[in-house]
Each structure stands twice: as C-alpha cells, then as structure tokens.
Design a protein around this ligand. Structure first.
Ligand SMILES: [Zn+2]
Length: 80
C-alpha cells in the first residue's frame, strides 16, 4: 500500500476533478484517476496521467464537454 509522502497517510485511488493551469489558461479536467491521501488530501498522479492531462489542456480536441464560468477575485485581508 502506498503512503503519503508528506503525512504518511493512506493513499486511496479515486477519480478527481483537476483545475489544470497552463499559463493564463485554465482547464477543468474531470474524472482523473489519482491517488488521494486520506489525511491531508495530497494528490498523486502517475506520469502517464500527468502527460495525458497536459495533452487535454493544450489541445482543443476533443471538444470540451461544457464550459464553466468562474469568478476571479483578488485575495484581500478583511479589516478586523
Ligand atoms: Zn498526506
């Protein structure tokens, strides 16, 4: 069984949604197989999976399933 590099927690195989950034563009990739740490939530991707995500993010094919509109906000400390 694989253990988390950071907290030694148990890693579970799951399908996750990845916000994949490449420069200014952001692609949300769903149903990505990943190992997820039960304790800290750290994600681990196989090299093959990481390469595939890059391909998906960089190419316009296949066509996106759908588009999301995301708000972009600047972080600000609220005055106490
Ligand atoms: Zn962990």
């Amino acid at each position: 069984m694989r253990k988390c590099y950071f907290c030694k927690g148990k890693i579970e195989e799951k399908y996750v949604t990845v916000d994949y950034r490449w420069g200014d563009s952001l692609t949300v990739i769903e149903k990505v197989p990943a190992g997820v740490c039960e304790q800290c939530g750290e994600r681990y991707y196989d090299a093959k999976i990481a390469r595939e995500m890059e391909q998906i993010a960089l190419s316009s094919q296949p066509k996106p399933e759908r588009y999301l509109t995301v708000p972009v906000q600047e972080f600000q400390l609220s005055v106490a």
